[in-house]
Each structure stands twice: as structure tokens, then as C-alpha cells.
Design a protein around this ligand. Sequence first.
Ligand SMILES: [Fe+2]
Length: 446
Amino acid sequence: MEIKILAKTIRLAAFVAVGACYGLVTHVVAVAHEAVAETQAFTEVEQHRPTPLPDRVVLTWSGDPTSSIDVTWRTDLSVGKPVVEYVLASELLGDLRAEVAGREQATGTSNEFSSDLGKCLLHSGQISGLQPDTMYAYRVGDGEHFSEWFQFRTASTSSTPFTFVYFGDAQNDVRSWWSRVVREANQHAPRAAFMLHAGDLVNNGNRDADWGEWFGAAGWLNGMIPVVACPGNHEYIDGLSRHWRPQFAFPENGPPGLEETAYWIDYQDARIISLNSNERIEQQKAWLESVLQDPKRPRWTFVTFHHPIFSAARGRDNPVLRAAWREILEDNHVDLVLQGHDHAYARSGLGGPKNVPEGLRRANSNTVYVVSVSGPKMYPVQEAWDVSRNASGAQLFQVIHVEPHQVRYEARLATGKLYDAFTLKKDNNGTSVLVEQYPPGEEIRR
Ligand SMILES: [Fe+2]
């Protein structure tokens, strides 16, 4: 892609001032513009070139969110040994221009990475031994070249309410059109515990420019709010995107070979499970059952994967995935299934959706299915479906508030306007009741 800069040379061809009869009026007879187009290439290599200063800083968890955090970043090849400096944010008082008192260091690892645009270093480090429910400041670098100081809060060990944000596919024109969505989401959930991406973060998982746009769109938010993500089919180009594992430090507690794509994380009252719907579907069943039947499983369970079990768009039904995973999800009372792939929006109530031949839900199911899209590419919705709320042609983000006895769900348009809402209440026996709260008005069809 080239960004063309149109340089206009304006030539004054004629300028004639005519004095009127009173000598006060000046009249421009003619001004001619001659435009001369010049182009200046600004290539992807130039746009996304790494420097000695860290960029693409992103927080994730590979361990316990109450006591650890992982950070990954990128530089050019010139920097030295990677280091993460961190300190209790509450200690940062007084004149901070000198040495920051009390800061500690965690060492990182660096790997040379060859993208389609050139070579860089991808660094990652884990900070561990942290106190729960505590804000820390950190920066990354090599002892000479550092990022700015970022801040994050560790998870609590108690049932404190929290909020997270869920995005369907960003994928296309991410710089142009996804930026406003992720930033509007931050306006609605500035203290989000994490941002969850249900795959297809980018269009081509092996294109460095695509990832440059994705990191640029979220900017510093990724350095403050941890990312949880599952890979979509667009992160599978001849296998898993080469960028995925070096740039995200996700748990390695999934089935062998699917580390960092199928995994689970406990965050306070919720277990978040990422499945990999691109490969080894059958292999994940036993592992998924064991994660769901773990007696230490917290009160709420949210599962994310890319390809929806109940498709929202025409001609995209996925009976293989449904046959493999649906019973396990519903029999084990997963609360929310958060999906992408269909570039449309559809959300079931309890007891639905009822729109596919075998789609009637199991009688005791408490599971709510969502398909959503945050980027600009859109597919028509499957009109025959009996879901609670759907949309075609709307960029959306979801803000999900998790409390001990209820989950409050909001889907919002890119403007921030509420488009869908419900509350899922759960009693002490684990029985859920869904209260529909979507606002009145027509569903979007564009
Ligand atoms: Fe997609």
C-alpha cells in the first residue's frame, strides 16, 4: 500500500484589480489553479519498521492473574538484554525524574523474528510474586531504551465484581475502522479487567502490517488491560500465524500441540476458556470436559472460540463443531459462549436458538450463545433464526459485568449506543434466569 500525497502547485495566472468608480472595490478577475500530482511512497516497511524503542506492548496472562502478568513487546535488532521494571504504583510519589525508588526488575527473553517486512526482536517477560488487587507500574526495555511507564491491577482473590470487553472479528481495515470501536469500548469500560478477542483479530495472520495496524488501533490500552484471545481462521495461514506465540504469552495448559490457543484462565469468579476451532476439534473434547468438571471451577464460565456453533450468517452452518462441543458446553452449564467468524450479530436467549434442524437446545441448558463483529466487514444475517437479538451491518463491542450472582451483558454500537442487553442471574443451586433488557427499536439491517 502506498499513501499518496497530492501536492498542489497553485499558480496565480492572472490577478487583475479593477478600481470601481468610487475607487474602493477590488475585483478578482481570475485565479487559475493548476494541480500537479506528485506521489510519495510510504511503504509498509516504513510504516511498521521497528526501532530501538519498544512498541506493540501487550499484557497477557500465562499464569495466575492474582500474582503475575506477562508482557510482550517489539524492537529492532539493536537493543540489549530485555528487562521489565516494575514498582507498586502507589509508591510513585514525589519528584519522579530521578531514579524510581523501590523498582524491581524481571528478566525477559528475546527472539529474533523474521516477518514479511523484515527482522525484529520480540521480547517477553513475566512479572510474578505480585500482591492481589494491587496496582503496579511497569516499563519495558533493555536498560537504555525504555517504554513509557504503564499501569495495571492484579486480580483480587475475593469475589469482587469486574468488567471485561468482548470483541468479534476486527480483521479488516483495522487501522481505519476498528480503532474507533476499541477506543469507544474503553470509554465504556475504562477499568476493564481484560479485553477478549474471539479470533480474526487481523485478516492475514502472517502479515506484519496487519499486526501493526491491530497494535496501533488499541495503542496503549494493550499495555494497561490484558488481552485474552483465541485464533480465528485468518490467524491460520498454513497453520497457526507465526506471530501468535511470540507476541502473546497465553497459558500452556491446553491439549498438547494447542498450547496458547486452547487454554483456561481463572479471573476472580470466572473461568475463561479459549478453544481452538481451527484444528483438532475432537482432541479438545476430553480436555474441555476436564476443565469444566474441575471442582475448583469458579461460579461463572465463559468460553470463547472463533467458528460459531450456531451460525449467524447465511450458508455458514457448522454441524461438525456443534456435534463435537455443544453437549459438553451445555451439559456442564457454561454461561456464555463468545464467538466470531460470521461478521454479523446474533445472541440467543435461554432455550434458543431454534433455527437449525437439530438446534433445539437441551432442556436444562443455561448456555447463552453470542456471535459478534467489531470490524467493518459484514455478512447478511440468517433471517430464519429465532434468536433474541441480531444485527447485520453494525460494528459492535460487548461490555460484560461479572458480579457474584449476576452477569450483566451489554452490546454497544460503535457510537456507544446500547443495542442489546440482558442479565443472567444465577442462584446458589446454579440455576440461571435470563432477563431480556435490549432496548426497543428495529434490528439493524444494512
Ligand atoms: Fe472473520
